[in-house]
Design a protein around this ligand. Structure first.
Ligand SMILES: CC(C)(COP(=O)(O)OP(=O)(O)OC[C@H]1O[C@@H](n2cnc3c(N)ncnc32)[C@H](O)[C@@H]1OP(=O)(O)O)[C@@H](O)C(=O)NCCC(=O)NCCS
Length: 163
């Protein structure tokens, strides 16, 4: 997919999160946690793990989208807390945040990334496939979600990461 025009024109930056972003990330995740699309995260939980978060911000520093990486095993990580502000849906920000998290995952040496989601259509559109959720027993309690996964091996070129 071609990035949205405002991304191309540099009006939105996708970057690693900073401590100053914590409250905005918490508010964004909260919005979707209230609809049970995401698990809730407190500001202090986010602050402790801020190095694992990615955000998309506009020129005023407003956080329009976020997502995070969580280690599951030495070769496998989970993509969590993926959220785009309602007003910014459909502009490619979800796709950009996922790609940035994939870069972070590759840089940290993970071979695959998985997520539990109610939105399999989005993940399918950005290259993930559904797998048997029993592969990841820690999440067995969330019985209504679908598990989606993407192998990162061989993806360095797509993600523009130097070998
Ligand atoms: C899911 C979510 C992150 C998508 O973000 P977004 O910025 O609107 O998505 P994008 O604009 O990057 O879309 C990327 C692709 O996914 C598709 N897509 C996005 N949402 C979709 C949906 N609900 N159903 C079907 N396809 C969808 C788009 O059509 C696009 O496909 P294309 O590239 O073939 O045109 C956003 O809707 C959201 O925050 N939802 C609430 C929280 C949530 O469900 N998070 C995921 C749980 S793990």
């Amino acid at each position: 997919m071609t990035p949205a025009p405002d991304v191309l024109q540099g009006r939105i930056v996708v970057r690693r999160a900073r401590t100053a972003d914590v409250l905005q990330i918490a508010a964004l995740v909260d919005e979707w946690a209230a609809e049970e699309l995401l698990l809730p995260r407190s500001a202090s939980e986010i602050a402790v793990a801020i190095d694992d978060y990615v955000v998309a911000v506009d020129l005023r520093g407003r956080v329009l989208a976020c997502g995070a990486l969580r280690e599951y095993s030495p070769s496998l990580a989970e993509l969590v807390s993926l959220a785009v502000a309602r007003s910014a849906h459909g502009r490619g920000l979800g796709r950009l945040v996922v790609a940035q998290i994939e870069r972070l995952a590759l840089q940290r040496g993970y071979a695959s990334l998985f997520a539990h989601t109610l939105n399999t259509e989005f993940f399918s559109a950005v290259g993930y496939v559904s797998v048997d959720r029993e592969r990841y027993p820690e999440k067995a309690a969330r019985a209504h979600t679908t598990c989606v996964v993407r192998a990162l091996v061989g993806e360095r070129e797509r993600l523009s990461i130097a070998a």
